[in-house]
Design a protein around this ligand. Structure first.
Ligand code: ATR
Length: 282
């Protein structure tokens, strides 16, 4: 990290918990590699209203917002990007001064771009592709929204039918029970649930026997980096995308919004991998 001094610009992440967040590693590596005098710090926030006035008062320039504040932060913003408004969640804040010296805070959402960019990076053209999205939480909503924007056909599947159907209705797409996946034909499977995450790394959202029908299988779980889902998918001949990809590409878009500079994605990816290795050793 660069030496901090009087002109260091402040960036960070608000959430609760943030103890294990990988975002600082990714963004600080990006700033350092481009010689930018900026620093990105994790901030555990319990009171969003107080945190927002703190960020304004302290002159922060850009902030990531994570669970559980992505919706709660919205009433405290001066401007909300129309896409973030439609999704109903903000994961990125941009702070600037207006001509009168007042701080203006704009909220955006880059989560929905993360999965699309991760899929596009494999060379996949999403138009008219059928994509099964497992899960119905915030991550599934962002992924499903992105797929629709890219012209793909999403199919939502979820353990709980009620929330799965509600998300499918919001997206204007089909809902399928997990048990009915055996009958579906699709090109891509994306797991947005926590199934397969340590300490339950044996978990898998879809029976392994079904995986061979997907050309691409993507997981958003990154602990472990090779989940059972990805291991079985690889063995079944699928192209796989690991859980760092979505984190990386939503972060790359944040970086672009904050700096007007293309993000050094390879540097960011290497920093994330190194941090995961470091954590595995300890
Ligand atoms: P996020 O906002 O990060 O996406 P979330 O809102 O907690 O997280 O959503 C978690 C998703 O993982 C849900 O779709 C949940 O399914 P339910 O709606 O049935 O709760 C899914 N999930 C979590 N644990 C699961 C498990 N053991 N089996 C199947 N689905 C699971």
């Amino acid at each position: 990290m660069a030496l901090l001094d009087g002109s260091t610009e402040l960036f960070g992440i608000i959430g609760n918990p943030v103890r294990h967040t990988l975002s600082p590693v990714m963004h600080n590596a990006a700033f350092a590699s481009l010689g930018m005098n900026r620093v990105y710090v994790p901030m555990e926030v319990h009171d969003v209203a107080q945190a927002m006035s703190g960020l304004r008062g302290l002159g922060f320039r850009g902030v990531s917002v994570t669970v559980p504040h992505k919706e709660a932060v919205m009433p405290f913003l001066d401007e909300i990007d129309p896409v973030a408004e439609r999704i109903g969640a903000v994961n990125t804040l941009l702070l600037r001064k207006d001509s009168a010296g007042r701080t203006v805070v704009r909220g955006c959402n880059t989560d929905w771009l993360g999965a699309n960019a991760a899929l596009a990076a494999t060379g996949l053209d999403l138009r008219s592709k059928r994509v099964v999205v497992a899960g119905a939480g915030g991550a599934a909503k962002a992924v499903g929204f992105g797929l629709r924007q890219a012209g793909a056909e999403a199919i939502i599947t979820n353990r709980t039918e009620k929330s799965g159907k509600a998300l499918a209705d919001w997206l204007g797409c089909e809902f399928l029970a997990l048990d009915d996946l055996a009958w579906v034909q699709a090109d891509v499977l994306i797991n947005t649930t926590s199934v397969g995450m340590e300490p339950d790394a044996d978990g898998i959202i879809v029976p392994p026997a079904l995986l061979s029908k997907f050309a691409v299988v993507m997981d958003i779980v990154y602990a472990p980096l090779e989940t059972r889902l990805l291991r079985e998918a690889k063995a079944a001949g699928c192209k796989v995308i690991d859980g760092l990809a979505m984190l990386l590409y939503q972060g790359a878009e944040q970086f672009r919004l904050w700096t007007d500079t293309a993000a050094p994605v390879q540097v960011m990816r290497a920093a994330l991998e190194e941090e995961l290795r470091r954590r595995a050793e300890h």
